[in-house]
Design a protein around this ligand. Structure first.
Ligand code: GTP
Length: 308
């Protein structure tokens, strides 16, 4: 699990909470990844930024005896981080970007990988507008090339940030800071890289809009499973004195005063929203305070009051 990034695009939230621990619809992001990863496998976490905090959360989970932690002194990029774990990767392994929420069927992906006998398999996602992503070109199930942000994309399929790889790929990663997506995969194509297409839930939670979309998707799923009656989640000890317009997530111990307009937002653990305030399409960081009648719209409010 690649969990060493800075999470710059979620600042100022990630100033105080490392991205893998950011609460999303009531759970830390990393928990969703662990739902999807094979439950009987050892899990290696590549730690860098805020590594200690991430590690201590993971060690508090019941299944922590299958976790291995590998520290990076300096961020090595996605490829360098994988190479840095080489001593634990002498068999076939999966890689998960730490900010992807999905319901990928890992077993089906591993079976697909075995059937193709390539050096690696990349989960692929079809998107409507692929021009801002890295797109793959395909011949059947085989990836033939990668095209970065193409004006005229050959397919609508993008790299979904989850891979099954053979240990031979480690020899193709040079020492130092390396991006697996940009520097290794394009060269691995000639050794047989395959694309596993899947539908269902998939979203990266790297930005405010994508965080809010993921929150909505996860809350809607809980509604369809009958766990909640509308896409609104209020922690049992939160106090809410205003109406909430879905989707909304109110974390543990958060307090929302009277006469507020609260819509499409996450008000995280211990945050306080003063009377008459507006919070719309926003994240209020854990412990942050929205002053009375203040307006927080389309932005992230940090604990120290900074907003971006
Ligand atoms: P931004 O700073 O907002 O781009 O966030 P990010 O760096 O966390 O995410 P990015 O999409 O660039 O990276 C994809 C995944 O790889 C994320 O889960 C990151 O945690 C992880 N990652 C990125 N760079 C590194 C690194 O140098 N080391 C490690 N261990 N993980 C990394």
């Amino acid at each position: 699990m690649l969990v060493g990034g800075f999470g710059t695009r979620l600042l100022p939230l990630t100033e105080t909470v490392p991205k893998p621990l950011v609460p999303l619809a009531g759970r830390p992001i990393i928990d969703y990844l662990l739902d999807v990863a094979p439950h009987d496998a050892e899990v290696v976490f590549t730690l860098s930024y805020s590594g200690e905090e991430i590690r201590s959360y993971l060690e508090s989970r019941e299944d922590s005896d299958r976790f291995i932690f590998v520290d990076e002194e300096e961020p090595l990029g996605t490829g360098g981080a994988i190479k840095n774990c080489a001593e634990h990767l002498d068999e076939e392994f999966m890689v998960f970007n730490g900010d992807i929420i999905s319901d990928l069927d890992s077993k089906a992906m591993i079976d697909f990988h075995h059937a193709n006998e390539g050096i690696g398999t990349i989960a692929l996602r079809e998107v409507e507008d692929p021009t801002r992503f890295g797109v793959v070109d395909m011949d059947g199930d085989r990836i033939t090339s990668f095209v970065e942000k193409p004006p005229d994309p050959p397919t609508n399929l993008i790299n979904a940030g989850m891979y099954v790889l053979g240990p031979e790929i480690l020899d193709m990663i040079p020492e130092g800071k390396v991006s697996i997506e940009r520097e290794v995969f394009p060269k691995a194509v000639e050794h047989g890289l395959f694309g596993f297409r899947f539908d269902g839930l998939w979203t990266d939670v790297g930005t405010l809009p994508s965080y809010l979309l993921a929150m909505n998707d996860l809350l809607e799923r809980r509604v369809s499973r009958g766990e909640i009656s509308e896409p609104v989640l209020v922690a049992p000890d939160a106090s809410v004195e205003s109406e909430l317009t879905a989707p909304v997530d109110v974390g543990k111990g958060a307090r929302i005063g009277k006469g507020c307009r609260i819509r499409n937002c996450a008000i995280l653990e211990g945050a306080v929203v003063g009377d008459g305030a507006v919070v719309d399409s926003a994240i209020v960081s854990p412990g942050a305070v929205v002053r009375e009648k203040d307006v927080i719209a389309a932005s992230i409010l940090g604990r120290s009051g900074e907003r971006i």
